[in-house]
Design a protein around this ligand. Structure first.
Ligand code: SAM
Length: 276
């Protein structure tokens, strides 16, 4: 019998967010694969869990992943935990899950704290439809491309960001998506938890040296909203629609409708870039 891979949530700040089930599973599994063994050890000590730990992080994941899968195939039950929150959300746990699924191993969620959803539900923005974008790509080109695509989305958008890059990212969001309404969720579940709400530029003006952990929740594209840097956005949107199978005329009509501008304006932008 193969073992089970448990994906076990851990608190994102407040230790009281640890679930009874997480403690039980972490006590009962054969070992725990942890992204940061030092941090997880502290958590285990707090909850009097004595299960052995193995390292599974960005650097060790290839070697460690194979060993974990072999152990699962040999019948061991293993829990995967990340630094904090849900494993496999913006951390290497996702790769382990893929390996396990490919090997036909059962994966089982042990739900709990998660920064993205905690930020979303307190944002005051639309929670009916949302898209999780996680951390933006590292290269400027990839970031621009992604943001161009996201600029057309009507769902609320959720981003993770490190404090030292927060201001730059907000600037880029404003440039690519327009000066939208956002909520910055800071230090969720911790002593200094706060929610900063407003338009991007207003928040940027008042943000000094950002400290702590942040989730950025951004309002989706509003029907009829006119975005700044229009030509770039028109072109990105047009190309996406063409890639989705729209003919040129319908794609132009759709883009014009979305951005609330004339088809002539779209046509001129595409002509200028020699796209049509
Ligand atoms: N797996 C985690 C989860 O389920 O939320 C996310 C891990 S990701 C590597 C770390 C990022 O999550 C941080 O850079 C920050 O954007 C966000 N984050 C984690 N804990 C947070 C907290 N307490 N308050 C605000 N943001 C947090």
């Amino acid at each position: 019998m193969t073992g089970i891979l448990y994906l076990c949530a851990t608190p994102i700040g407040n230790l009281d967010d640890m679930t009874f089930r997480a403690v039980k599973v972490l006590r009962e599994v054969d070992f725990i694969a942890a992204e940061d063994t030092r941090r997880t050890r502290k958590l285990l000590t707090h909850f009097e869990i004595h299960t052995p730990l193995v390292r599974y992080d960005e650097f060790s994941k290839n070697q460690s992943g194979e060993k974990i899968i072999s152990s699962l195939l040999a019948g061991k039950n293993i829990a995967c935990v990340s630094d904090a929150g849900l494993p496999a959300i913006s951390d290497p746990g996702a790769d382990l899950v893929r390996l396990a699924v490919d090997a036909g191993i059962k994966v089982c969620p042990i739900p709990g704290a998660n920064a993205a959803l905690s930020a979303l539900i307190c944002s005051g923005l639309d929670t009916a439809r949302f898209a999780f974008a996680g951390f933006l790509p590292k290269t400027a080109k990839n970031r621009r491309e992604l943001l161009k695509n996201l600029s057309m989305r009507e769902e609320t958008l959720i981003f993770y960001e490190a404090p030292h890059r927060l201001k730059k990212t907000l600037q880029e969001l404003a440039e690519n998506l327009g000066n939208r309404k956002i909520t910055l969720a800071r230090e969720l579940t911790k002593v200094h938890e706060e929610f900063l709400r407003g338009e991007i530029f207003t928040l940027l003006e008042n943000l000094e040296e950002p400290q702590g952990e942040f989730v950025i929740v951004v309002e989706g594209l509003k029907g009829g909203e006119k975005i700044e840097t229009p030509a770039e956005n028109f072109i990105g949107a047009y190309k996406n629609l063409i890639a989705d199978g729209f003919d040129k005329k319908s794609a132009m009509r759709e883009v014009a409708k979305k951005f609330n501008v004339s088809r002539r304006e779209i046509y001129n932008a595409l002509l200028k870039e020699e796209i049509i």
